[in-house]
Design a protein around this ligand. Sequence first.
Ligand code: BGC
Ligand code: NOJ
Length: 811
Amino acid sequence: MKYGHFDDNSREYVITNPRTPWPWINYLGNEDFFSLMSNTAGGYTFYKDAKFRRLTRYRYNNVPMDNGGKYFYINDGGTIWSPGWKPVKTELDSYECRHGMSYTKIKGAKNGVEAEVLFFVPLKTWAEVQKVKLSNTTKEVKKLKLFSFVEWCLWNAEDDMANFQRNFSTGEVEIEGSVLYHKTEYKERRNHFAYYGVNTPINGYDTDRESFVGLYNGFEAPQVVTEGKPRNTEAHGWSPIASHYIEVELKPGESKDFIFVLGYVENEEEDKWESKLVINKTKAKETLAKFDSVAKVEAALAELRLYWDNLLSIYTVESGDERLDRMVNIWNQYQCMVTFNMSRSASFFESGIGRGMGFRDSNQDLVGFVHQIPSRARERIFDIASTQFEDGGCYHQYQPLTKRGNNAVGGNFNDDPLWLILSTTAYIKETGDYSLLDEMVPFDNDETRAKTHFEHLKASFYHVVNNLGPHKLPLIGRADWNDCLNLNCFSKNPNESFQTTENKSGGTAESVMIAGLFVVYGRDYIELCKKIGKNDEAAEAQKHVDAMVETIKTQGWDGEWYLRAYDYFGRKIGTNEAEESKIFIESQGWCTMAGIGLEDGMVEKSLNAVKERLDTPHGIVLNNPAFTKYYIEYGEISTYPAGYKENAGIFCHNNPWIIIGETVLGRGDRAYDYWQKIAPAFREEISDLHKVEPYVYAQMIAGKDAFKPGEAKNSWLTGTAAWNYYAITQFILGIKPAYDGLQVEPCIPAAWKGFKVTRKFRGATYVIDVKNPNGVQKGVKSLKVDGKDVAGNIIPIMPEGKTYQVEVILG
Ligand code: BGC
Ligand code: NOJ
């Protein structure tokens, strides 16, 4: 069953039933100021960092679900309703939510009144704009009472949910005209406050939650709204909120617009005050003035649209299948921007408190984002590299506000350093800008310990070389990509985290996955060294990569597939000899991508084993058979019930590794089949089962051993976004940025007659028409640029500013 439909022309998903199987959300904001917005207007807002600068409060895992947000209440002669159905839940005469590129439009109608709310964060603005349009479609005059509502969070979202002995006494507000200011803690250590204003005089307000909602009411029936009368309260401690009250009279057929602005301001120390204890509101007023008319708001929205037009014009495909086109042209790229912005911090599954920007996560996110805004990718690469140590190791995550590494989710994940090679080479291939390699980048955020960025890559490479175990495979450390394969942990204490606890020292557990990863990114490192004339270094690195290939063949092969790891005691993991979890996806992915043993049939055997043992109708599971009991020596992986998360769930992040592996073999039919199974737009019809949004990937779909196979969780913030974008655009459609041009290497289903990709690359536009007259899956027979034959499969870099027609014949 579906709950809406795609509107590709508007680049929107249109939800027509508010009772989605889970809140289906969107993100507003592109750089510093963000909101999460569900289809019923639930969610919250923050500046840069969802933990340290939370503007509005949100209660995760609430009852009912997704309670709390940016609410409007309409009291129409005693009938009370909200345009997004929630929180009041009065049955609406019509409802529609359009999630678009960085904006959401929610429209509801009741008894001849239509209310449309547009929510967005204008570019370069620290504020969310909400345009409310009320229309009277009846033949009578309508006298409406409109109430807005947001609940302030006391900045630190973690403390806000925990420290009530203090928090109930700290809240402070100011009220001036139609603007309600939230200034808790401003007088001491904060230089920031928030505000919520509207571009029209108001007839009242409330800033104290208890007075507005009523101590024993819920958001569905605030007492002020049911009574139809504000109390004009000024909050002192307890829970500050902001609610405007506006009396609206609409003649038959008349519409009125109201523009609300929810914003954030930072003041310099010397400019903090207007007068004693009165905050300096200049900046807030400037922002309010920028959006005080419909024309200004529409212009800002048009600017936002243009911004997305540009971003989404860089890679577009026409394949003949609208589901594929909308994934590649719209939604997957959009999700990649969101994961770039958020890493794994704030979603409806990530609370914005526990996890900041992940070292491995943010590096991987860049392969889905670098073509969009390379300058931001460049800056991010440095932010990440700055949290590395001289030996190549790194903090596992850093806080977006401070950009400082923290140990909140542990360290010593030995795959981490290698991902920096992926992001850096992806950046150079996209832009041709090698200059970032010479930039001085600190270690451990300490400027006095800076070295060139190239030295960071070198440190990454040698971190593996310098940390090999008894089989000469990479030591796994706390874990590799799979955070839950904790081979040195041995945890018996439920009060400790598998990621931060390392009970047994001196462990020699090794990872075949890191070994494969090392071969792939080691080769990239070598290629880069050669490009910049570091031939001695390239030759030295080559020896280590060659040795690793041999080691995998001898120590990392189980006979029919690649082993996963060696445990603390040097015993094999992911072997046919085991009772449970005989085979794992990660090492099959990385070793097939690396083509290890291709000539000996190892790649084919491994991928056939994946097909036979891991493939399901909903995607490829992580391991099989699932663990059914706790293995203290394996850690968190065996804590999950069978079929969920890392224990035999369909981890959509690593399905593309197999997809790319299949393209190494040239099996386009299979690669595409795997992709379709997890691509959300292809799962729209089973939204009831899939549960989360049909427009963005989820991290996990329950596997075949699960209670409910096919049910997805953890949508939005997942490496799945970047990896699937990378797999479909660069390995299936096969248009790959390379150092010296645009490489064309499609691997497609044999039945495809062809497809067309338009790619903007280094200042020129290439219209690439791929034809498949002989029904092959892979192989470029000829390539012509503007009618001229080009040898090989790389479109050379052409002069900027022009469009080139490229004809590619497969065969
Ligand atoms: C999850 C992993 C996640 C890790 C983060 C685990 O509980 O299963 O997917 O990467 O937490 O610390
Ligand atoms: C989610 C984490 O964000 C990512 O870093 C990790 O690789 C996967 N889970 C697998 O455990």
